[in-house]
Design a protein around this ligand. Sequence first.
Ligand code: PA5
Length: 419
Amino acid sequence: MIKTDFSGVDGFSIFPQFENAESACRTVTDPGGIYAEYNGWADLPDTISENLLTEITNTAKEINSQSKVVVILGAGGSYLGAKAAIDFLYSPNYNLIRKNTPIIFFAGDNLSAEYLQQIMHFVISKDFSVLAISKSGRTLETSVAFRTFQSLLKAKYGTGAAARTYIITDRNRGAFRKYADENGCTSFEVPENIGGRYSVLTPVGLLPMAISGIDIREVVAGASDERKNGHDRAVQYAAYRQALYSVGKKMEFLCAFEHNCRCFGEWWRQLFAESEGKNGQGIFPVFCDYTSDMHSIGQYIQEGERSMFETFLCFEEGRAHLLVPECDIDDGYDRLAGIDFNIMNRAVADGIADAHISGQVPVIQLTLPCISPRSLGALFYFFELSCGISAHMAGVNPFDQPGVEAYKKNFFPFLEKLI
Ligand code: PA5
């Protein structure tokens, strides 16, 4: 389903990385191996139960029937996959174009009072529900946002607040689990052996997707196709990444030609940054929204330090078709009248690849047939697998994130100085 084109990295040998990548693939997906406590994501597309999928879709229906607005609270892996999916399959304008599904706000990933207060002011006059997602139940940003929206729910609905509070967290541990159990809130589990950034195909990603009306079975089916048929391309992609890194290509730019992919880029960035950025090494992941970003960092990519490679994300078919109209504006673009925007987008992608390869920026191309739930599921799985392989090849644990805790340790001492 995903076509890979490595002609833009032709000059780079992936020997011996290829063999290492093949063995890394077996290691990171082995359910009885060294990563057994983390790699529940690897067979998830084929082990997720029909009952759970039904429970998720039924809960989404319940939420949608009682609320015009849903506030989803989560940080990092607890929201990026869901937001990526909604933007990818609708657009960043989901709240404007949705039909018969609630307005969705994401919060709980930052400490901006203004951002939170704007949402509070908006929801207070509407029927709303809150979905709080935190595996640990102790993420600062999510916890304080949860407190804030619980107060608001209680102020508006009194004892009815619990029926509008949905929680996704660890099965047994943490403050969110305790709160859900004590208050009788509907809750789902984040499986023990799946970390935040690999959790998009658990209720963490699937419940928000279902609320927005996405066909979650199609997303899971796309991931399952990729699990069954995509190992070779993930191995090859991971091998090229490490081969390029070994010759000084220290940054990877994931470049998408659809605005809908912007948040997918954030999900991808977290996946690779948290998995590979360890022990003073790791490919730095950068997302580019082309052609938009050609007007900001295009100059650097063409002529700046030669330390990056690009991975293009393209679609054979655009979902919308729009022709450039005839017009009497003398802008030099008369030749484009009657041309589909998708054709222009393809031409520009080919042109950028050619220019960047000539400028010593290697380009890998990933092409999907179209923007669809299946393509999205395939992409999620492809990147999870290749990320696991690539990080393991680099000699780090792809599934932990010890560095993320460092700023949290400083929080209370620095807070004490301010209050
Ligand atoms: O990938 C990860 O594990 C992290 O990004 C977490 O998802 C993020 O820190 C949020 O953690 P939690 O779900 O425990 O609130």
